[in-house]
Design a protein around this ligand. Structure first.
Ligand SMILES: Cc1cc2nc3c(=O)[nH]c(=O)nc-3n(C[C@H](O)[C@H](O)[C@H](O)COP(=O)(O)OP(=O)(O)OC[C@H]3O[C@@H](n4cnc5c(N)ncnc54)[C@H](O)[C@@H]3O)c2cc1C
Length: 486
């Protein structure tokens, strides 16, 4: 074998997955057909759950240093009542405003620290697998491994080659995104990066929004615009700079001076979900598994969360201790999350449509969002904080372990830097019971667990609680961490 796992695609999903694998000592080959990082950033945010995840691996500090802002709320379909992000007992009750390229850079640096470098200019063009191994044709040679992960974006070659269906909705609406350097920002253009920006709406449904995403000195601004009823035949065709400049002038006046169009690209409301996240020895994660309109900024975030769910399971299998069926829990847990993201983005698309009835829907929804319970429901979904897997137990089993401050002053999330499971308990007997799983589960004795009524919790490496007292601890240890060491 040339590697234990081949990861195709070094976007945020592939980088996170490769990091998870390398952290567990897995030999990973990370291949990308691009010549290197483009510096282009579609995503601009880390939602609270993603921030928690990166912090669990000690990777958030660098990203927070580079962040432009902390956004204390998020939105649903840009309705006027914001979604609150507090009240979840999170260390990050805010979105970290940071361009995707910088998140990728942070991930790549951490990965390099574990000795893994992206193999750029290596395109995967064929895949073969049998019961024992999987092989890809990559850059003219065959590379062989035990498993493969397709993190190769919305047009995923891996997904197509595996014959995994990608049902959903065709694009009916198109938008354009661009980063521009402004010489002069006209009146009314936002001067800080916040969730509102400088929206402009036209009665015919055309809209634009622009806001600064650079440091003060570089004057880089992000613009989104959409022209009513515009149909784009070739979404991949280069967007002419002149079109971007004309759109800015049209929406924000001729006094706004565009010095440079850094890049521009089209996006659409197409929404699709892979029917299966696994085919034999291959898995899909990130945009390869789900695409949708970037409303609420959830694509990169969902991809990083997919990778966090898959990484430790694949590593356990490679290390030889994965319990029966562990790898299949990836589809079982993450496919419903992908489906839920599609549902909330489709609902937002519906709310954004023009017409008297949609105006009425927006009005009713705005009233609903003022109700704390409705606001929390959607805030929890979009931030990722309410994601709960069906692990076969009552709350809090399946939910994330809140990133609480422990009695010894440490953050709970910091216990996960090694990528192991964690048993947090005030009961010394339980610490002894988990001892045979040392190396997979770190037992941490704590006086109490603030905010939890349980005296102990067993938490998986991805931060989700998989056991609280009520059933034998040993059963849960076997179920999630395999047979104990002899
Ligand atoms: C306008 C816009 C705004 C967005 N805003 C947000 C936001 O605010 N928040 C958010 O969370 N998300 C946002 N997104 C979505 C986010 O950008 C994507 O979800 C994210 O990039 C997906 O990451 P990924 O790693 O799964 O795939 P990608 O980033 O697409 O990476 C895939 C990689 O695979 C490589 N590749 C492809 N095919 C092959 C092959 N055959 N062989 C080898 N390598 C291959 C590619 O070169 C690429 O590097 C936005 C998207 C758009 C279009």
């Amino acid at each position: 074998m040339d590697a234990d796992v081949i990861v195709v695609g070094a976007g945020p999903t592939g980088l996170t997955l490769a990091h998870e694998l390398a952290l567990a000592g897995v030999d990973v080959a990370l291949l990308d057909k691009g010549p290197g990082r483009t510096g282009e950033s579609r995503a601009l945010n880390l939602h609270p759950r993603t921030a928690e995840i990166l912090a669990m691996r000690g990777m958030l500090d660098g990203a927070e240093e580079q962040a432009r802002a902390r956004l204390e709320t998020t939105h649903f379909a840009h309705l006027p009542v914001p979604l609150a992000l507090d009240g979840w007992n999170s260390r990050y009750p805010y979105q970290v405003a940071i361009p995707q390229a910088e998140v990728e850079q942070v991930l790549e640096e951490h990965l390099a620290g574990l000795g893994v470098r992206v193999r750029w200019n290596v395109e995967v063009t064929d895949i073969e697998q049998d019961a024992e191994r999987i092989r890809v044709q990559a850059g003219g040679t065959w590379v062989e491994a035990r498993y493969l992960a397709g993190c190769d974006g919305g047009r995923s070659f891996v997904r197509k080659q595996l014959g995994i269906a990608f049902p959903g909705l065709e694009a009916r609406w198109f938008g354009t995104v661009s980063d521009v350097v402004l010489g002069v920002a006209g009146e009314g253009i936002a001067t800080t990066w916040d969730t509102k920006g400088s929206p402009r709406m036209r009665p015919d449904g055309s809209f634009a929004n622009i806001f600064p995403i650079g440091n003060e000195s570089d004057r880089v601004h992000r613009i989104f615009y959409s022209v009513a009823d515009q149909v784009i035949d070739d979404q991949r065709a280069k967007v002419p700079d002149t079109e971007v400049v004309a759109a800015i002038e049209e929406f924000y006046g001729s006094e706004t001076e565009v010095k440079e169009v850094r890049w521009a690209s089209r996006f659409s409301d197409a929404s699709r979900l892979a029917e299966h996240y696994r085919a034999g020895r291959a898995f899909l994660a990130g945009d390869a598994a789900h695409i949708h309109l970037p409303l609420g900024g959830q694509g990169l975030n969902t991809g990083i969360q997919d990778a966090m769910n898959l990484g430790w399971k694949l590593a356990a299998d490679v290390a030889g201790w994965a319990p029966e069926g562990l790898l299949d829990t990836y589809h079982g847990e993450r496919h419903p999350v992908g489906a839920a993201v599609l549902t909330n983005t489709r609902a937002q698309v519906a709310l954004g449509q023009k017409g008297v009835e949609h105006d009425a829907l927006r009005e009713i929804f705005t009233q609903l969002l003022a109700l704390p319970e409705a606001n929390r429901l959607l805030g929890g979904a979009i931030s990722g904080l309410s994601i709960r897997y069906d692990l076969g137990g009552d709350e809090p089993v399946g939910s994330r372990l809140a990133d609480m401050v422990l009695p010894d002053g440490r953050w709970a999330g910091d216990l996960f830097h090694q990528g192991h499971g964690v048993l947090l308990t005030a009961l010394p007997d339980l610490v002894a019971e988990a001892a045979p799983w040392t190396g997979r589960v770190d037992a941490v004795a704590v006086r109490e667990l603030p905010g939890l009524s349980a005296e102990a919790v067993l938490v998986r490496p991805d931060g989700h609680i998989c056991w609280v007292p009520g059933t034998p601890l040993a059963d849960a240890l076997h179920r999630w961490f395999g047979a104990p060491r002899p």
